[in-house]
Design a protein around this ligand. Sequence first.
Ligand code: AAT
Length: 277
Amino acid sequence: MLWFTEHWTENVGLTVRATEVKRIQSKYQEILILDTPEFGKMLVLDGLIQTTEKDEFIYHEMLAHPAMLMHKKPERVLVIGGGDGGTVREVLKHETVKEVHLCEIDEEVIIVSEKYFPSIAGKLKDPRVKIFIEDGNRFLEEKKDYYDVIIMDSSDPVGASEVLFSEDFYKKVKQSLRKDGIMVAQTESPVLQENYFKKAYSQITKVFRNVGVYLAYVPTYPSGMWSFTIASDYVDVSSASVNKSRIDRLETRYFCDKIFDCLFALPKFVQDMLKKP
Ligand code: AAT
């Protein structure tokens, strides 16, 4: 019997029992695949839980669907990070999609996910998907005015993904979007990573005219309360409406029309964090 702990801060962590552990060292990070009785298979990068079979649907649905729905006709989509394939799987549920580009820095994450997490990575072989093994920041330099939706499914802002939380990076994201494009990023926990959360929000508001923050409950991410920041210059994200039949056609387990209707209903303490000092 083995217990794995993700240290959420210096003072608190999540401990999960694992029955089996596989370890792979890639060029970029240590990859662990744990078999856990509670959460099923779990993917851990450099000690941080990225995804688990039991709760991945919550994060992936909530990351992908609001932005996809707020766009009238999303055809070209880019996912940065997200080598496990969960976000790509959700994006492909939208019938208008013609092309999904996945830009993941670490090829090993994709190989491991296809081998051990078929229910998450299974759609990476879809003919609409093209995979680029590259740093997301570099990748965007060559793509101007191309995507309808860009989704930042990146690791926590340390190491290789730190740059993906900077103002300069969000400027590149904006240039890579078509006129009515929308971007969304996972932006950490307001409870345990308040500084990262506020920083991401402030950088994104420097670059985009319309910005909104919403939350979801992800049990295996620090504190469980997880934030997403969605932004666009031309789409007023906070008042975007959507045809309910588009929502009903998505086969989801967490996201639904009621959640979409009150997407931006934030607890007061989170609203306060977003007020300018
Ligand atoms: N789908 C939920 C899993 C992730 S994975 C984040 C991915 O981002 C990792 O596979 C990592 O290799 C990749 N990545 C990191 N930096 C870059 C970069 N610069 N360019 C492209 N890909 C990158 C998200 C987990 C959220 C964790 C919450 N605690």
